[in-house]
Ligand binder design. Structure first.
Ligand code: BEZ
Length: 182
């Protein structure tokens, strides 16, 4: 805790003024997920992301936006189609997160037949995405800060692997087939 805090902040001394600037880094292998509440189904239904993976082996993948072509035609369907293979590899929880509201995430999950397989989690204010430092400015296409596309494997709340798309939105390292080949 101390070392993470220490290494992620720089002190600046300017003309007698002491200021701090955060130098954040994406969540790393070996770190524990932040304890943050996401929404599932409706804004009233909260899911603490750390609790969700407590004592479990799982996958958390993130998308820039529900219903966008890459997320809807490739990324989410890959995890839906590979669900049984991923279960057979021991993954007990598979969750998808996006900076969208709970109603949109829920409708998207139903439309993509993810119900009962993939937990469709909404991060409406981007609080989780900010905490893991995996946001990017998608204003030109989607209007605000969104999540980079990534996939991480998790055991008992601790990150075991992280694959972040190098250009934030590509469809390579974060696909279900990449996890199956790990
Ligand atoms: C996509 O198709 O996944 C996508 C579209 C626009 C912005 C980001 C992602």
């Amino acid at each position: 805790m101390f070392s993470r805090h220490f290494s992620s902040r720089l002190l600046f001394f300017t003309r007698g003024l002491r200021t701090t600037a955060s130098l954040k880094m994406p969540i790393q292998v070996g770190q524990t997920l932040p304890s943050i509440e996401l929404h599932e189904g409706t804004p009233k239904d909260k899911v603490n992301i750390l609790e969700l993976f407590k004592g479990k082996k799982g996958i958390l993948f993130a998308v820039p936006g529900a219903f966008t072509p890459g997320c809807s035609q490739t990324h989410l369907p890959g995890y839906v189609n590979d669900y049984l293979k991923l279960k057979a590899k021991g993954f007990e929880v598979i969750a998808c997160v996006s900076v969208n509201d709970a109603f949109v995430m829920s409708a998207w999950g139903i439309e993509r037949k993810a119900t009962g397989k993939i937990r469709m989690l909404a991060d409406p204010a981007g609080e989780f995405t900010k905490a893991v430092d995996l946001g990017f400015d998608a204003t030109p296409a989607l209007g605000n800060i969104r999540s980079k596309r990534y996939a991480m494997t998790i055991e008992d709340g601790v990150v075991k692997s992280v694959a972040i798309e190098p250009d934030a939105t590509g469809l390579t390292v974060s696909l279900s087939c990449s996890i199956l080949n790990e």
